[in-house]
Structure formats: C-alpha cells, structure tokens
Design a protein around this ligand. Structure first.
Ligand SMILES: Cc1cc2nc3c(=O)[nH]c(=O)nc-3n(C[C@H](O)[C@H](O)[C@H](O)COP(=O)(O)OP(=O)(O)OC[C@H]3O[C@@H](n4cnc5c(N)ncnc54)[C@H](O)[C@@H]3O)c2cc1C
Ligand SMILES: NC(=O)c1ccc[n+]([C@@H]2O[C@H](COP(=O)([O-])OP(=O)(O)OC[C@H]3O[C@@H](n4cnc5c(N)ncnc54)[C@H](O)[C@@H]3O)[C@@H](O)[C@H]2O)c1
Length: 446
C-alpha cells in the first residue's frame, strides 16, 4: 500500500494547480486521472473550442469587411479546421502526463474510489494519504427525454469529422451560444431550442437581447418556450418533438441534435459515502477553506457546489489557494476577486463585477453608464455592427462592467484589471498607452 502526504483526484485545472503547488512546497503528491490528462479545458472544453473559434473569427471579420475592400466571404473547410484543432488536442494528454511525472508528482491512471475516511482504491491498489483533494470536475447532463441516447454532447461537437447541414442545440447557455456561432460560421443551418425565453440567464438581459438579434441576423434561429419531449430518428436525421408553452406542438428535423442543458458533477464513482463526504446534485459541499464534511478531504473546481461561475480560472485559483492552505501558508478563507465571464460567441458577451441590475437596484450607491460605442474608432475600423458597454462605478472607482462586441473578451479583461487594482480615470490619464487600441479607449470609458 502506498502512502502520500496528499492525493489529488482529477488532473484538470483545479487538481493540477493544487498538485504542482503542493509538490513545489515539498509534499509527496500523487495525481490520479481516469481519462485524458489535463481534464476538460484543454481536451474537450475551452481550448479546442477556442481553436474552432479562431475559424469563426476569420469569417466574422471577413463578413464585416465586405464592401470595404473585400467581396468574398471566406468559407471554413471543416475537416481542415478540425485537423488544426486536433494538432493541439491529440498530443496534449500524453505531454501533460509527462510534465506531471517530470515534476516528481506520481501520475496514477485509473478511477479513484474511497474505501475509508483516508483511504482510496485505484484498480487493485490501495492508497492512503494525510489529505485528499477531489477535483473530478463535471460532465454533460443529458436531458431526460425519450430518445436521449440520440443526443450529441459538446465533446462530440468538438471532435466532429463532418459538419452537419442542419443542426440544433438544446439549451441556451454558454455552450449552445458558442458552438452555434462556430457551426453557423462554418455553414451549418443552426437552431437553438430553449425551454423559456431567457437565454444566458447570468448575463445582462438587454445585452443578451442584442446578442440574440445579432445571431438572428446571421441566420441562427431560436425556438423559445419549447419543452422538448422526445428525440427520434427520422430518415438520415433526427426529429425533435415538444410543446410550445405547454400547448402548441413543436416538431423539427435536424441532421444532428446537441444537448447543451448544463453539466453535472462527477461524484458517483468516488463512493463518497465511504469517506463521509457530503454532496448533492450541485456537487460536493465545501466550506470557505474548501474543506468537505471530512476534515482530511478537500474539493476544488467544478465538482464543488458553489454559486460562483464554474470556470477554468476559478478552478485553478481554488487549487492554488488550497495548496497554500494545506502547506500552512493560508489562515484566511478563500476570497475571490471579481470573476470575468465570457461567452465566446459572435459577437462576444462578457461581464465582471457589479451588474446593471444590481446597480439600478442600488442607485444611491452605484452609477451606471449604458453606452452604445459602435461608432468608436476601434469598432468602426473593423466594420463592427454592434458594440455596447455598461460601466458601473462607485464614486470614482469602476466596480463592474458588461460588454458586447467582437472585442468584448479583451475589453472586459482590461476593465477587470482596473476594478481589481483600483485604477481610476486620473491614473489612466497619467499613462501614455499605445493608440488606437482597446487600452487607449479605457480613459473615455471611465
Ligand atoms: C465545451 C466547454 C467549453 C468551455 N469553455 C470554457 C472557457 O472558454 N473558459 C473557461 O474558463 N471555462 C470553460 N469551460 C469550463 C472549464 O472547462 C471547467 O470549468 C474546468 O475544466 C474545470 O476544471 P476542474 O479541474 O474542476 O475539472 P475538469 O477539467 O473537468 O477535470 C476533472 C478531471 O477529473 C477526472 N476524474 C473524474 N472522476 C475521476 C475519478 N473518479 N478518478 C480519477 N479521475 C477522475 C476527469 O477525467 C477530468 O480529467 C468549458 C467547458 C466546456 C465543457
Ligand atoms: N466561455 C466559458 O467560460 C464557458 C463555455 C462553455 C461552458 N462553460 C462552463 O460549462 C458550463 C456548462 O455549459 P452549458 O451551456 O451546458 O450550461 P449553462 O448552465 O450555461 O446553460 C444551460 C442552459 O440549458 C437550459 N436548460 C436547462 N434545462 C433545459 C431544458 N429542459 N430544455 C431546454 N433548455 C434547458 C438552461 O436554462 C440554460 O440556459 C457553464 O455553466 C460554464 O460553467 C464555460
């Protein structure tokens, strides 16, 4: 039987951040993975998605420049774009594992399950540790309808050999908006089917409305207030059936249907009952120190039941915090800075900090600037059809922002740095930044 100081279960951004920092702090560490090394983000999440987004961005930029020196719309060769994506993803897992081993962490392959309060089993091997970190992430939740086995997931989409001519996404969250934009740019006829009329619920309703309009302008269809009841095979394709607001029936045929109705925590295989670790359908319960109901077991990343966005940077932030805590360098509970959320759609939608609703509800405290900046030079020069920004200030200081444009991802990160550092307009005015750029716009936005 092997004995470690710390065993980390799951090699995604949360588990890897904890394992590397614990090893650097002098601990004997094992990292266990039962699938691809590096977890969701680099293998079937953020990174492969963004490789495909690169293609979408070229088409978007090309379309915006038509009549401005460009007449031809570049089209995406899907198999070639997919080969480009695979050039990144295919070698990733092996090279990640090699990096783990070279750092002196024991890389163990297999599924971990608890067989006691401080003991796990991986295959035939029993492993003990002073502390465990659960970082097992989430997987797609499959809508419980008749024919659910016919649904594809985001993982299937991100590795599709051929792009279907007509496709549907069920759900209208991050994944549906991002993958729909990619498929649309690559020439597929896309429909997003949603059970209510409020897509991307965590984002500013008005900016989401503008995003939906932009999608419709690109030919993406929305079927709102549809309760999907069944998926069935129809010829070479699939039929989605349901009810519109519980009355009228809905029926459409597609070449493929991708379920994007959320993700669920990977907890079942862990046999958490054997270690007295509490969890529910949202994930593992962890306190402000990321400690579970068993004091020797911690949890980080997507597998934790939490209100904050389940994203790669939050998972790695938690992993790094937890390593400091276990190493005895952290006495305070975890404190998150404002968290940037970005939907890599076409255009992109992004937000950080206090939102417009909270600002309006607390008008005595916050000042909200709601601006259409489509005419600004930054956007004019690329023929951007829409650019909107909402800025929330408390006194002089920026405390929140939302943005919609093809540049919203970079802009929101600039704004998050201003929020976090407390930089105000007069500080910006003392700087000479490269112009014209997003950075040189900041002073005017403040
Ligand atoms: C399509 C898609 C796009 C995304 N895009 C973005 C984005 O652009 N930006 C962003 O910030 N976030 C994005 N995310 C979310 C991001 O991928 C996750 O928030 C992040 O990967 C969470 O990290 P984690 O370490 O908690 O879990 P994961 O990365 O999911 O890693 C968990 C690991 O644990 C392993 N595991 C599970 N059970 C066991 C077991 N019993 N034994 C051993 N190993 C086990 C799994 O195989 C997995 O490798 C995206 C997600 C998806 C699905
Ligand atoms: N850019 C990013 O940072 C990024 C990208 C992709 C995924 N992610 C992460 O992955 C998670 C999962 O993404 P997701 O898009 O699957 O989840 P999500 O929670 O963002 O969206 C799920 C959507 O499905 C809808 N839905 C739920 N039940 C439904 C039903 N019965 N019929 C129709 N619609 C239904 C929800 O109302 C919601 O709009 C995200 O919450 C996020 O944490 C992040």
């Amino acid at each position: 039987m092997d004995k470690y100081d710390v065993v980390v279960i799951g090699s995604g951004p949360g588990g890897a951040a904890a394992a590397y920092a614990l090893k650097a702090g002098g601990k004997r560490v094992a990292l266990i993975e039962d699938d691809l090394w590096g977890g969701t983000c680099p293998n079937r999440g953020c990174d492969p998605k963004k490789m495909l987004v690169s293609g979408m961005e070229v088409v978007e930029r090309n379309n915006q420049m038509i009549g401005k020196g460009f007449s031809r719309i570049e089209s995406i060769d899907w198999p070639e774009l997919m080969a480009f994506k695979r050039s990144y993803t295919e070698p990733f897992s092996e090279s990640f594992k090699k990096g783990v081993e070279e750092s002196g962490i024991d890389a163990i392959e297999g599924s971990a399950r608890f067989i006691g309060d401080a003991r796990i089993e991986v295959g035939e091997d029993v492993i003990e540790a002073d502390a465990f970190v659960i970082a097992t992430g989430q997987r797609p939740s499959i809508l419980n309808v008749e024919g659910k086995e016919l649904l594809l997931t985001s993982t299937d989409f991100l590795d599709m050999d051929e792009l279907p001519e007509r496709m549907a996404f069920l759900g209208a969250g991050y994944i549906a908006f991002e993958l729909a934009a990619i498929a649309n740019a690559a020439g597929s006829e896309v429909t997003i089917i949603h059970h209510n009329d409020r897509p991307l619920k965590g984002f500013d309703a008005e900016l989401v409305g503008s995003l939906v309009k932009a999608y419709e302008d690109k030919g993406i269809a929305f079927a709102f207030d549809v309760d999907v009841e069944s998926i069935s095979e129809e010829g070479q394709g699939f039929s989605v059936q349901g009810k519109i607001e519980g009355a009228q029936s809905y029926s459409e045929r597609f070449d493929c249907v991708v379920g994007a109705t959320g993700r669920i925590p990977n907890v079942e295989a862990l046999d958490l009952e054997n270690a007295h670790v509490e969890y529910d359908g949202h994930g593992i319960a962890a306190d402000g120190f990321l400690q579970t109901s068993n004091p020797a077991i911690y949890a980080v990343g997507d597998v934790v039941a939490k209100k904050i966005p389940k994203l790669t940077p939050t998972a790695s932030f938690e992993g790094a915090y937890l390593a400091r805590r276990i190493l005895g360098d952290e006495a305070e509970p975890i404190a998150y800075p404002p968290i940037v959320s970005i939907v890599y759609g076409s255009p992109k939608l992004a937000q950080v900090g206090v939102d417009a609703t909270e600002a309006a509800d607390h008008a005595e405290r916050y000042r909200l600037d709601d601006r259409d900046i489509t005419g600004w030079f930054t956007y004019r020069r690329i023929g951007e059809p829409v650019s909107k920004v909402k800025i929330v200030r408390e006194g002089e200081r920026l405390v929140g922002a939302s943005a919609l444009s093809s540049q919203a991802d970079a802009l929101i990160n600039h704004l998050a740095i201003l929020i976090d550092s407390g930089i105000v307009r007069k500080d910006l005015d003392r700087m000479i930044l490269g112009s014209p750029t997003l950075a040189s716009d900041l002073s005017s936005l403040m």
